[in-house]
Design a binder for this molecule. Structure first.
Ligand code: PNS
Length: 160
């Protein structure tokens, strides 16, 4: 049974991420959305908060589960029997980074393939970092993140 991983920091999950998760869920029998720890980023939300937000927004997709990965993603993939890692691409610069990551992942586990999906045009300028900046400065994040995530952002930044 095919299993694909959709990894990311998801700090927090955006509508762009959700679009990739939804499209991946229609391509593979099972999908695991993996909260990965990125040592180059200081997260706003704890891993538990990110898992809770993801579990809520992924609930409509019956073949999607969420999990957390510590250590290398390809080792996680081997442990859970995933054959594919799916990454969304917004810009050429995303591709450059992700191509390097995909090649390095192949050196660690050649049985796990990386597949790229282009993000929808409407999400091409969207990132978790941009969303956090807008929310922190009191801007509107409607349409950028799911409603439940909007509530979490307001709470984090102590807004009514
Ligand atoms: O861009 P993001 O959302 O911060 O993605 C983070 C992550 C970890 C998915 C990305 O950097 C990646 O694919 N890393 C692969 C290297 C690895 O295995 N890191 C540990 C993750 S458990």
């Amino acid at each position: 049974m095919s299993l694909a991983l959709v990894p990311g920091s998801f700090d927090p999950v955006t509508n762009g991420h959700l679009d990739i998760i939804r499209r991946t869920s229609s391509l593979f029998e099972r999908v695991c959305v993996v909260v990965a720890t990125n040592s180059r980023k200081a997260p706003l939300f704890t891993v538990e908060e990110r898992l809770d937000m993801l579990s809520e927004v992924c609930a409509p997709y019956a073949n999607v589960t969420v999990d957390v990965c510590e250590g290398l993603l390809v080792h996680f993939a081997a442990r859970c029997g995933a054959q594919v890692i799916v990454k969304g691409l917004r810009f050429v610069s995303d591709f450059e980074n992700e191509l390097q990551m995909a090649r390095l992942n192949l050196t660690q586990n050649s049985a796990v393939e990386t597949v790229f999906l282009p993000t929808g045009v409407e999400f091409s300028a969207l990132s978790s970092s941009i969303v956090k900046e807008i929310a922190r400065l009191g801007g509107a994040v409607e349409g950028l993140v799911p409603d439940s995530v909007q509530r979490h952002l307001r709470k984090k930044y102590a807004q009514p």
